[in-house]
Design a binder for this molecule. Structure first.
Ligand code: CAA
Length: 258
């Protein structure tokens, strides 16, 4: 039995962490299933991925506390490295990834959402990094990505105090892009994913690369990267067709990812 379900809807892949009785907490088995599901995504036909949690209560309630209870230093290092490797793989997927945060996004759950490009939450979503209150640090990228997303001062305050952040505040501080009533969350995420999937896939992927890689560089290197990625789009069938259609004052046909 897998702890992760994958469904393909047109060009959108929906990945659901499915360990509802433990509020989708991440143990080594769930991480392995998550990695296998990510590895199996067909990049040729998937233009956007949505990650969510099973049930109405929780996106992911963190790494599995029972499994971490008696970890040695070596086991802790390996577990943190494993989670980081899987989340980095998600972050480096070529197509955009949306986190549909349908409830608790605590510890590893908040960190999973941060490895996605865009976070959309339901009104009952609750974010937080409770690790320091459990005697550990965030171990799946939270110390790095939360600071990069909401700013150093806010990230430090959230991590040091272990206080939870409701959806409304998450929106205000830029942790998420939008909030919807729970019953509208998936519909809205599918709409957003469909909108992304409706644009030229090669161009969207180069945009993701430009933003994600560029942010890790100094401004000279980053602005030197952009012409490379811009030029990778030039001469593609999608670029030629869209621009020719504009010049001929007509609508272009659907993008073909070539
Ligand atoms: N690990 C293991 N099991 C968990 C879990 C977790 N992170 N979160 C919830 N569960 C389990 C509970 O043990 C419980 O199992 P049983 O029914 O077998 O007792 C079940 O899920 C339902 O949970 P609750 O009964 O606690 O549900 P609740 O509605 O009363 O509370 C909650 C919900 C506030 C999310 C609470 O479950 C909670 O505080 N969970 C832990 C959240 C947390 O601290 N996450 C961070 C983990 S550390 C981490 O993630 C480190 C890292 O960066 C790698």
């Amino acid at each position: 039995m897998s702890f992760v379900r994958y469904e393909q809807k047109d060009f959108v892949g929906i990945l659901t962490i499915d360990r509802e009785k433990a509020l989708n907490a991440l143990n080594t088995e769930v991480l392995a299933d998550l990695e296998a599901a990510v590895d199996a995504i067909d990049a040729a036909k998937t233009r956007c991925v949505i990650i969510t949690g099973a049930g109405k209560k929780s996106f992911v309630a963190g790494a599995d506390i029972a499994a971490m209870c008696n970890m040695t230093k070596e086991e802790g290092r390996a577990f943190s490295a494993r989670g980081n490797a899987v989340f980095r793989k998600i972050e480096k997927l070529p197509m955009p990834v949306i986190a549909a945060v349908n409830g608790y996004a605590l510890g590893g759950g908040c960190e999973l959402s941060l490895s996605c490009d865009i976070r959309i939450a339901s009104e009952n979503a609750l974010f937080g990094q409770p690790e320091a209150g459990l005697g550990i640090t965030p171990g799946f990228g939270g110390t790095q990505r939360l600071a990069r997303t909401v700013g150093v001062g806010r990230a430090k305050e959230i991590i040091y105090t272990c206080r939870n952040v409701k959806a409304e505040e998450a929106l205000r501080i830029g942790l998420i892009n939008a909030v919807y009533p729970a019953d509208q969350l998936m519909g809205e995420c599918l709409k957003l994913a469909g909108r992304i999937a409706g644009n030229a896939p090669i161009a969207v992927r180069q945009c993701k690369k430009a933003i994600s890689l560029g942010l890790q560089m100094d401004i000279d290197s980053a602005t030197a990267l952009e012409p490379e990625l811009f030029s990778a789009c030039c001469g593609t069938e999608d670029q030629r067709n869209a621009m020719t259609a504009f010049c001929e004052k007509r609508k272009h046909g659907p993008f073909v990812n070539r």
